[in-house]
Design a protein around this ligand. Structure first.
Ligand SMILES: [Zn+2]
Length: 390
């Protein structure tokens, strides 16, 4: 009996260790990585509130799928979950899928042979299959979003086509509670060098493909890589295939050479989902004026991010200022928002601070019509142009 009880206690001990290992430790870690400078609630003028409520807001990039939170529930930490997306009147959230980040990650130069996400996957008790495979990590994070969709009573829709997109926008006219989600890969290292894996990711719902993350990969050079080269022959085949499959190319984190190589190959709009511009904040991560002009010339959009390192300022007003810069340079049709929330950044606010951006854009002198384009209309235009019809 004594032994039996001991075994039971031991079992409970291991169970609680596991639960605390999978829940408590990741929570502590995430709290330290996805901070806000100002806690909610956030207040804006009645006028800004009225303008914001009329918008179809699109955020072109955030990484909540990297963390263990149940996104159907509202949390007091992290930047994004579905209840907060609803509060922020977000129509479409693009969900970035991170599979590998280098140790001692920095903007200037990162080798490709180290990885933080293996430890994070283990710490968060992700399935064993994800521990050694970047491809499995991408699939697993996509499965998370689809699970949220299934359990959402119709209030989360994964967008895979123009028909889904139109359906979402139509439904939101009577039920603004519905939030659309688009899956986006952050770096094609997740293909593990095999072009066929793009088909599998497409089937898993991915519709936006970011070529690089913080290091050079088999396809392309990263702005933060060691060599910072352009497209490799594999990368050129891949870009061709991405376009054939009606997926959207994302040049965030791409090296200048990669951007040049992609731009000579593309026939339609490309995006830079979460970025800043050198003209306002001169660093290796941000776009030169020449690239801003060339990307606009594809009909594409650039999502200005909402954290200090991209806009050289700590507030949402700084994001609005970079948006104004791009609009002055290439017109209002090519600038959008890509927060990078939950991407291990310290953000000015969580997603419920979005109305503050609307207010800051009003202060920048944008018309209601311009604001509707910047806050979502431009992104929706590109989705409609590139995504498959069905
Ligand atoms: Zn990123």
């Amino acid at each position: 009996m004594q032994r039996h009880i001991s075994a039971k206690i031991l079992g409970l001990f291991f169970l609680s260790m596991c639960v605390s290992g999978c829940v408590v430790a990741p929570k502590i870690l995430e709290k330290s990585m996805n901070k806000v400078r100002q806690s909610p609630p956030y207040t804006v003028s009645d006028e800004a509130k009225a303008v914001h409520e009329q918008l179809s807001v699109v955020d072109l990039h955030a990484d909540p799928l990297l963390w263990n939170r149940n996104l159907l529930k509202k949390h007091s930490y992290g930047h994004i979950d579905f209840p907060r997306l609803r509060e922020a009147n977000v129509a479409i959230q693009v969900f970035g899928v991170v599979t590998k980040t280098p140790k001692k990650m920095n903007f200037e130069s990162n080798p490709s042979n180290t990885d933080n996400i293996t430890a994070l996957a283990m710490l968060q008790c992700w399935p064993h299959r994800t521990w050694g495979s970047l491809f499995e990590r991408a699939l697993y994070e996509a499965e998370k979003l689809k699970k949220f969709e299934k359990k959402s009573d119709g209030n989360v829709m994964v967008i895979r086509s123009v028909s889904d997109l139109n359906n979402l926008l139509e439904k939101r006219k009577t039920n603004p509670e519905i939030v659309g989600g688009i899956l986006s890969l952050e770096g094609v290292q997740a293909l593990e060098g095999d072009l066929k894996n793009l088909d599998a990711l497409y089937d898993a719902g991915f519709r936006i493909i970011g070529l690089t993350h913080f290091f050079d990969n088999e396809a392309a050079g990263s702005a933060h890589g060691v060599d910072k080269g352009g497209l490799t022959p594999f990368g050129k085949d891949l870009v061709k295939k991405i376009q054939e499959k009606h997926m959207i190319i994302d040049l965030a984190h791409a090296s200048p050479k990669t951007i040049d190589d992609v731009l000579v190959m593309t026939s339609g709009p490309v995006i830079v989902s979460h970025t800043g511009v050198k003209g306002m904040c001169n660093n290796i991560r941000n776009l030169s004026d020449a690239h801003v002009k060339q990307i606009a010339a594809t009909g594409g959009v650039m999502g200005i991010a909402m954290f200090e390192e991209t806009v050289c300022g700590k507030t949402i007003k700084d994001t609005a200022r970079s948006i104004r810069y791009v609009a002055n340079l290439v017109g209002v049709d090519h600038v959008a928002v890509g927060s990078d929330f939950d991407g291990a950044v310290t953000a000015p606010t969580d997603i419920t601070g979005m109305p503050l951006l609307t207010e800051a854009l009003m202060d920048e002198g944008f018309s209601d019509e311009d604001i509707a384009k910047i806050m979502g209309g431009n992104a929706i235009r590109v989705f409609s142009q590139v995504l498959p019809a069905e």
